[in-house]
Design a protein around this ligand. Structure first.
Ligand code: OSB
Ligand code: MG
Length: 370
């Protein structure tokens, strides 16, 4: 099958509140939205990339350039018989995984809509609801943090993740734990510490955390393997796991007990599923991370998280935690048991609000097969 048309859009969509990590602060989504058309059917995908290359090496402008100059032409040139063909077709382009993911996930959606199958069922999902929590950014002080966390708990979220950095780690975590002794709590450092901080990080052990996420360098596996036995808190990798091979290396090196899966970071739903399967075979738990996706990317995350080895709550909050108005007509809402319901409609199930999408589009390009 030939893809007839690829449309790329840069959007700007403000968050309900700024999101701050150990390394950056963003005020809104800079996602690149991908639309693919073939045989009269439309598929949607999202590269949930940031405005600055502070999480990984990509930003909205690199996705825009690489998708337009290389990935979209390669996709339009190829014969695609199944979604898994896309990764192979785009393989010559090194890295740029968020850019690849936008196209790859759009093709999964396209095939699902053509075949009348939900993305969850195509991927091998086994759940009709997925457990979710909230990732809470760095706040201006501990009082504010307690208010923000309290509000999310009141909304019904049963798991809280705190972003940490030097100077905002032990005390905020202690305060949240002291206020809510029994909630599921975890922390994410986004690569800000070094192996020499091991003793400091071990001070988090007393708070009964589910996990500590990516304390060390974004491209490191080796030092994480050294750090892991120095902590009682289970170690989880995010930034470092960018492919099935990286997952295998981390597992063989015993660098982590848990893997955060983000299909966008790994460059495709197909490879994300491979990471899931490798981890499951090795007895390593996985959970679904988030990149503050719009409703398009979010729908794919929820489908992915319905696979069997996603045994910890995901960073996939309801759409209203991120946006006042999203670019879909069917946002997820939080169920009372801190879950989101897995879509059963064909493809990713997102119903795109094309009028609002047009409003928030700041650049658009269309490429076609002759
Ligand atoms: O490290 O998990 C991360 C957001 C953007 C980039 C990296 C991360 C995050 C989050 C937010 O923690 C998760 C979400 O709610 O989407
Ligand atoms: Mg993370």
């Amino acid at each position: 099958m030939r893809i007839d048309r690829v449309e790329l859009r840069q959007i700007q969509l403000p968050y309900v509140a700024p999101f701050e990590t150990s390394g950056w602060r963003e005020l809104g989504s800079f996602a690149v939205i991908v639309r693919v058309d073939a045989e009269g059917v439309t598929g949607w995908g999202e590269s949930p990339v940031g405005g600055a290359p502070f999480y990984n090496e990509e930003n909205h402008n690199t996705v825009w350039t690489i998708a337009q100059d290389f990935l979209a032409p390669m996709l339009l040139d190829a014969d695609i018989e199944q979604p898994d063909d896309v990764a192979r077709v785009l393989q010559r382009v090194r890295g740029n995984r968020m850019a690849k993911f936008g196209l790859e996930s759009a093709v999964w959606d396209l095939f699902g809509r053509m075949q009348g199958r939900s993305l969850a069922s195509m991927l091998g999902g086994v759940r009709d609801r997925v457990d979710v929590g909230v990732s809470v950014g760095i706040q201006k002080d501990i009082d504010t943090l307690l208010k923000v966390v309290g509000a999310y708990l009141d909304n019904g979220y049963q798991r809280i993740k705190l972003k940490i950095k030097p100077g905002w780690d032990i005390e905020p975590t202690r305060a949240v734990r002291a206020t809510w002794p029994h909630i599921k709590l975890q922390v994410d450092a986004n690569s800000i510490y070094h192996l020499s901080d091991a003793e400091h990080l071990a001070r988090l052990d007393e708070f009964g955390l589910l996990l500590i996420e990516q304390p060390l360098e974004h491209d490191d596996i080796f030092d994480h393997a050294k750090l892991r036995p120095m902590l009682r808190t289970p170690l989880c990798l995010d930034e470092s796991i960018i492919s099935p091979d990286h997952a295998r290396w981390a597992i063989e090196m015993e660098a982590c007990a848990i893997i955060n899966i983000k299909p966008s970071r790994i460059g495709g739903l197909g490879d994300a599923r491979r990471v899931h399967d490798l981890a499951q075979a090795a007895g390593v738990a996985v959970w679904h991370g988030g990149m503050l996706e719009t409703g398009i990317g979010r729908a794919a995350c929820v489908a992915m998280a319905s696979l069997p080895n996603f045994t910890l709550p995901g960073d996939i909050s309801a759409n209203d935690r991120y946006f006042k108005r999203d670019i879909v007509q069917n946002p997820f809402t939080l169920n009372p048991d801190s879950t989101l319901t897995v879509p059963t409609a064909p493809g990713n199930g997102a119903v795109v609000d094309e009028e609002f999408l047009e409003e928030v589009t700041v650049a658009k390009v269309v490429m076609r097969n002759a």
